[in-house]
Design a protein around this ligand. Structure first.
Ligand SMILES: [Zn+2]
Length: 474
């Protein structure tokens, strides 16, 4: 994987050539003795997340993504227009987007057509006129071709995954640029609108609420509005043959469930419990963060996992009760409160796994303490490789192994035992409330725990998060 410093250096060389060929002077910024003048420079080509050094970019903050596209599963051909609204956070003479999708036919910034460079997943844009700090700007990218999947460090696939009746669309941790130009890191959230035109008879299911559905000339266009800020990795616009059911939870949250007809029977128990799960978690974690909930249950045998896509978790095979609880709990922890760096993944997976243990207990199954002590968890031998990775920094190959999930959940149960239920659940609610629609790091969680409990927890978190080996006292 490319080292960020080297990548930045390579791009700088490319951009100098570009600027030179365009014969634009004064790329260095303000003249001396003119302190109020803009000082233009290039936005960073990365946010500097060591697990995925190409992910994200600097110099701007995306406000909204609007993607309008057609997709035909028979040819796997997509034709798309993406409109990205952002605000410059520095004086910019160049910025990058992350894009690994089909061929671009045109790119404009505020209506001006621009040349661009594609280098790996970097889409390098040189806006003229240049952009001043605080300036809102709009990028429109038109592209067409056959999008496809991306393979991750652990060997799994994500991105745009064609299925036998459409496409399964997931983006954790780096798949969304397969089909949409983005600032692809959880630290830059934005609202989304998806307008998808698919052959009549198929359904396109996106995050958020369905605004309209219209059929004309053998094609149906679905428009979805995701009104709360969302990390790019949580976006989906999945296409297939679906049975759709709509209902509401007892507390009134709309529920939209789309199921591949082949998965209906195998998912019935999990789907029936969605309203009860959402309301149970709201009673423990605070209000459900989004305007709607639901699920997408598809058939994508090459994928082999479920993902907490915002407002509608997605499943590549029939949904179990436990997995449904896990993915819905992520709506609070992972989706509304996202990781600041991918090394913080236990804040997603440990929390969702612990919530799953809680729901199992609430639903009449094993108690949380029984699950903690089971042979999959604390019952594992001290010699097991399970204990030989630092939980707060598992590495990109192990970030979706059982370690962040099970050891993360164990950390929370040990914390609950140490602080008591009152302080523990106050901390979970405060975490969801204070970081709503935002992101946070492990250090922020530790600081919150110490503030809410009034205790020094350095030794506790050292044993559970920062040391290898099975904890024996804490
Ligand atoms: Zn999860």
């Amino acid at each position: 994987m490319t080292i960020p410093q080297l990548r930045g250096a390579a791009l700088a060389t490319v951009a100098l050539v570009t600027i030179g060929s365009m014969a634009i002077p004064d790329a260095a910024g303000a003249a001396p003795g003119n302190p109020g003048a803009p000082r233009y420079s290039a936005g960073a080509a990365s946010v500097g997340d060591p697990y995925f050094p190409d992910e994200g970019n600097g110099g701007y903050d995306v406000q909204h993504y609007d993607i309008n596209f057609s997709y035909d599963p028979a040819t796997r051909f997509m034709a798309a227009t993406a409109t990205i609204t952002a605000i410059a956070t520095q004086d910019l003479d160049r910025f990058n987007l992350d894009f690994r999708g089909p061929e671009i036919s045109s790119l404009t910034v505020d209506g001006h057509a621009h040349d661009f460079i594609r280098d790996g997943q970097e889409l390098v844009v040189t806006p003229r006129p240049k952009l001043k700090t605080g300036q809102a700007f709009t990028v429109v990218v038109r592209y067409a071709g056959v999008p496809g999947p991306i393979t991750d460090p652990d060997g799994s696939i994500e991105g745009w995954v064609p299925t036998d009746d459409g496409a399964f669309v997931v983006g954790e941790p780096q798949g969304t640029p397969a089909w949409l130009p983005t600032n692809d890191h959880p630290t830059d959230k934005a609202t989304f609108r998806f307008t998808a035109k698919v052959p009549e008879g198929l359904t396109a299911v996106g995050n958020g609420q369905l605004l309209s559905e219209e059929t004309r000339d053998g094609w149906t266009t679905f428009t979805w509005d995701s009104t709360e800020p969302m990390a790019t990795y949580l976006a989906t616009i999945t296409i297939g043959t679906f049975v759709v059911t709509e209902s509401t939870t007892p507390s009134g949250i709309p529920v939209y469930v789309a199921i591949d007809p082949r998965q209906v029977a195998g998912s019935a128990a999990a789907v029936a419990q969605i309203p009860r799960m959402v309301d149970f978690f709201a009673s423990k974690f605070g209000p459900y963060p989004f305007a709607s909930t639901g699920a997408i249950i598809d058939r994508a045998p090459d994928v082999g996992y479920a993902l907490e896509t915002q407002t509608k978790p997605i499943f590549s095979s029939p949904a179990s009760v436990g997995t449904m609880a896990h993915e819905l709990a992520h709506q609070w922890y992972g989706d509304s409160v996202s990781p600041q760096r991918w090394s913080d993944i236990w804040l997603n997976e440990g929390f969702a796994t612990y919530a799953q243990w809680m729901y199992t207990e609430y639903n009449g199954g094993a108690s949380v303490s029984q699950t903690f002590n089971s042979s999959s968890n604390y019952g594992r031998a001290a010699s097991s490789s399970f204990w030989q990775i630092v939980l707060a920094d598992p590495g990109p190959e192990d970030m979706f192994s059982s370690i962040p999930y099970n050891r993360g959940a164990m950390t929370l149960h040990a914390l609950r035992g140490k602080l008591g239920d009152d302080a523990f659940f106050r901390i979970l609610r405060e975490w969801a409330a204070s970081r709503r629609y935002s992101h946070a790091a492990t250090a922020d969680f530790i600081a919150l725990c110490e503030r809410e409990s009034g205790r020094n927890l350095t030794a506790f978190f050292d044993v559970w998060l920062f040391q290898k080996g099975k904890p024996t006292s804490w």
